[in-house]
Design a binder for this molecule. Structure first.
Ligand code: ZN
Length: 143
């Protein structure tokens, strides 16, 4: 994983998948095929190595795998509101989602301090980011 800064963060929480399949809802987990739930999480997003963004996003969540599934389109909709992207479209390497922040910690930060370096310490980084490739239904030739 990319290193965000020298500051130590909280304990890692959750696995994470940024889902590029806009048309698929993932009511079932792509890993264990169990039913997913809906969870709101505050995702911490590094934008262009310039800004830390805290986005309150509704995600799919598999409790068994501890996997958060977030729609890439959802994130890019949020990012497109930023002035950085007035002039051009968003590219995948423009942003990096590296963890979550608890609501209480986020509020504490909002009340106390303007320093992003302090805020980093309140972030729970992801345990790991996963990648799933979904095969559309249909015919496949044997290789
Ligand atoms: Zn699962």
């Amino acid at each position: 994983m990319k290193k965000v800064s020298g500051n130590s963060m909280q304990q890692p929480h959750h696995y994470f998948w940024l889902n590029p399949y806009r048309e698929m809802a993932f009511t079932r987990c792509p890993k264990c095929e169990g039913k997913t739930k809906i969870r709101k999480k505050r995702l911490v997003i590094d934008v262009l190595n310039k800004t830390l963004l805290f986005a309150n996003v509704t995600n799919k969540y598999c409790p068994k795998c501890d996997l958060i599934i977030t729609g890439q389109g959802k994130i890019e909709n949020i990012l497109s509101q930023l002035t950085f992207f007035d002039e051009r479209s968003i590219r995948p390497d423009d942003y990096f989602i590296f963890g979550t922040i608890e609501r209480a910690d986020h509020n504490k930060h909002m009340n106390q301090g303007p320093y992003p370096s302090d805020c980093i310490k309140l972030v729970n980084p992801f345990i790991d980011k996963l990648l799933f490739k979904i095969r559309p239904a249909g015919w496949y030739k044997d290789k």
